[in-house]
Design a protein around this ligand. Structure first.
Ligand SMILES: *Cc1c(COP(=O)(O)O)cnc(C)c1O
Length: 373
């Protein structure tokens, strides 16, 4: 059998991730593979750690990239920080909050659920009530930027509340990192995870994670072993600790880490606040255009994520046919609705390198043509 080399057609990625990868990031991937304990690689990893700290706005010494996608970053937080019997308040206002509940229960924790409607932010008042009703709560877990709906929750207020109750926080920042304001130290977030392929515009497969000293202390005080070998951070710390002594835990995905280094370097060059402002500006442009096409947003203006625009599919418009035509005629990918919004909404991403004028114009022009049919 003769198999031809795989040559994917370049697409414009405006869905919920992966997002368009910056050309310099793709070039970084093609650099020569070296050993993961090579001094040059170790030096690059030290820079990567500092760049992740910058992106998260944290000085946490425990700041790493898990060698797996965002879901593994999520699991890293739960398997290390939740012990059997721990009460965890889990906020559910979309797909990813529900996955947090599953994580808590799989490691033997007790999930106290705070539910909000899809498309709405997490209610700070409901969380306050749950904290008051369960004074023995150990952790509060919520999603900052719900990619399934496009809603942004008030991470600052939720973390302040948790601190008042001496409860640690686990925050999903997969879609927020690099796209909207996120200040891990200032807001007092204890455990945060993200993904490489959303607003960092890197290839999928890596998950930046950071634990505060309080989270590390909870991990170190565990009386039961972490139930996952690969994600057990007590074993991984030796690799990332910048003491010069790197020990083997697993083979780092060398070239993917070159790509992450380059994407974070580009973010730092632009400046975090400039990147946040660019996402807002591109969202404004896209929003006006979508409204001119008669599309309405699922999320109220005050809680909308600039990097993930969820709009209702107009009555009589064939969801799958429109997305297929965008892909085949314009090489443009937008996202389908997920869960409760499946078949009802489109999710249009403006993440990282995808948040630029050319993409906004292409998306609006293509949607206009395709919907006119
Ligand atoms: C994409 C996403 C994840 C999962 O990340 P993967 O890289 O797909 O594993 C988790 N949480 C949120 C909010 C996401 O958008």
């Amino acid at each position: 059998m003769t198999v031809a080399p795989f040559n994917p057609t370049p697409r414009t990625l405006m869905g919920p991730g992966p997002s368009d990868v910056h050309p310099q990031v793709l070039q970084a991937l093609a650099k020569p593979t070296i050993g993961h304990l090579d001094p040059q690689f170790v030096a690059m990893m030290d820079e990567t750690k500092a760049l992740i700290q910058y992106a998260f706005q944290t000085e946490n010494p425990f700041t790493i990239a898990v060698s797996a996608p965002g879901s593994a970053g999520m699991e890293t937080c739960f398997v290390n920080l939740v012990e059997p019997g721990d009460k965890v308040i889990v906020c559910r206002n979309g797909v990813f909050g529900e996955r947090m509940r599953q994580n808590v229960e799989r490691v033997g924790g007790e999930a106290i659920l705070v539910d909000d409607e899809w498309g709405h932010p997490v209610s700070v008042d409901k969380v306050a009530a749950a904290l008051a009703a369960h004074p023995d709560t150990k952790l509060l877990a919520f999603v900052h930027a719900e990619t399934s709906t496009g809603a942004c929750s008030d991470a600052k207020a939720l973390c302040a509340l948790a601190q008042q109750h001496e409860v640690l926080t686990i925050v999903d920042a997969v879609t927020s990192l690099g796209g909207i304001e996120l200040r891990v130290d200032e807001w007092g977030i204890d455990a945060v995870y993200s993904g490489s392929q959303k607003c960092l515009s890197c290839v999928p497969g890596l998950s930046p994670v950071s634990f505060s000293p309080k989270a590390v202390a909870k991990l170190e005080a565990r009386t039961s072993p972490v139930p996952s070998w690969f994600l057990d951070q007590t074993l991984v710390m030796g690799y990332w600790s910048g003491t010069g002594k790197r020990s083997y835990h697993h083979t780092a995905p060398v070239n993917s880490l070159y790509a992450l280094h380059e994407s974070l370097r580009l973010l730092q060059q632009e400046g975090l606040e400039n990147a946040w402002a660019r996402h807002r500006a591109m969202h404004q442009e896209l929003k006006l255009g979508l409204q001119q096409l008669g599309l309405t947003f699922v999320v109220e203006e005050a809680h909308r994520l600039p990097q993930l625009n969820t709009v209702y599919i107009p009555a009589g418009v064939d969801d799958a046919a429109v997305r297929a035509e965008l892909l085949h005629r314009f090489n443009l990918e937008i996202g389908a609705g997920l869960g409760a919004l499946a078949g009802k909404a489109w999710r249009i991403g403006l993440m990282g390198y995808a948040a630029r004028h050319e993409n906004v114009l292409l998306c609006l022009a293509a949607l206009k043509q395709v919907m006119a049919k």
